[in-house]
Design a binder for this molecule. Structure first.
Ligand code: ZN
Ligand code: ZN
Length: 341
């Protein structure tokens, strides 16, 4: 049965991601977003795929039944299908943003930036995003964004009770003793903004060391992540989206690790390191060893964070590749006389 105009349609929030609005729309009818989509003629088991996958036919059908324009719907996507590996598989959120949602009307909604591994920090509140439900402590359960009595609410799916966002431990911090002060937050926010622009096919706003054209920035950040993961000996079990796999004859050559595939705290640490090492010294004052870190985790061993120190910290099996990969970053450092490979 094809739906005609729906009688109740919540207006999309500014910055809301498409699947979040679909979930809020479906909640009005006590449906899941995928059920609502099947009623408009789109069989998609996970509505979140629409956040990355342009689907003009679905957009037209949704525009017809909701009155929200196809341009508005397209603008609620995170990026193109090429950037799909940056899709964060489970919800992440800024606690302060959700508290504001509760005060504004009680309905929680997901921001477009939170869906992407390019974001680990709320650029409004300067704090790290979270991904573990404050009630049950689990990740990836959909807690905090549950359809309840016609609205999407902060509800724990595991324990089936409302989640309190007011009695929580302090927001998480960055790893390796990196200090999330306003300067650091501004540098990370700048990197996040340009990563998002690159993933969406738009030009960069800032200059980044070792980056000549926009698509190099996500690739370089992905490689820094891989250097960190290999050095720490972490085992990543990254499952590329099925649709992404199906579009490729040889997916391995296109595959790269992204911060969406690691826990948020680690993703935040990698974005911080990348912002420090790649940032334009004139724009982000955290560069050139002005930020201290302690990769060993021992506070007394804090040292300036720079490309050189990062390379020295890497596992010997990765250091050679890291040195070659970051040579372009070091080259601009060398001009300033602060880099001696
Ligand atoms: Zn926030
Ligand atoms: Zn929960």
């Amino acid at each position: 049965m094809a739906l005609r105009g729906l009688p109740i349609v919540p207006a999309p929030f500014r910055g809301e991601v498409l699947s979040s609005w679909l979930a809020r729309l479906a909640a009005r009818y006590d449906l899941r977003a995928s059920h609502l989509l099947s009623h408009v003629g789109c069989d998609m088991p996970d509505a979140r795929a629409l956040d990355w996958c342009a689907a003009p036919r679905v957009d037209r059908a949704l525009a017809r039944v909701t009155g929200v324009s196809v341009q508005r719907l397209a603008g609620m996507r995170c990026g193109g299908a090429e950037a799909w590996l940056w899709d964060r598989p489970a919800p992440a959120w800024c606690r302060t943003c959700l508290q504001a949602d509760l005060l504004a009307g009680g309905e929680t909604w997901e921001r477009r930036a939170w869906r992407s591994g390019a974001t680990a920090l709320c650029d409004r509140h300067g704090q790290l995003l979270e991904e573990a439900c404050p009630c049950c402590g689990k990740r990836g359960t959909g807690c905090l964004f549950q359809s309840q009595e016609g609205r999407v609410r902060a509800h724990c799916a595991t324990r089936d009770k409302p989640v309190s966002l007011w009695r929580q431990r302090p927001p998480p911090g960055l790893p390796w003793g990196l200090c999330l002060d306003p300067l650091m937050a501004r540098a990370i926010a700048g990197l996040q903004r340009d990563l998002g622009r690159s993933l969406g096919g738009r030009p960069l706003q800032a200059r980044w060391r070792g980056v000549t054209w926009a698509a190099e920035l996500p690739a370089l950040v992905g490689d820094i992540l891989l250097m960190v993961v290999l050095t720490l000996g972490l085992r990543l079990q990254a499952a590329p989206p099925l649709w992404w796999l199906q579009q490729r004859a040889d997916w391995r050559s296109d595959f790269s690790f992204t911060p969406a595939m690691v826990p948020l705290e680690l993703a935040g640490g990698v974005l911080a390191l990348a912002a420090i090492m790649l940032g334009d010294p004139d724009r982000f004052a955290v560069t050139d060893g002005r930020v201290a870190w302690s990769p060993s985790g021992i506070a007394q061993e804090r040292q300036p964070c720079s490309v050189e120190r990062f390379l020295a910290w890497l596992d010997p099996g990765v250091a050679g590749w890291g040195r070659r990969r970051l040579a372009g970053v070091g080259a601009s450092n060398r001009i300033k006389g602060s880099f001696s490979p």
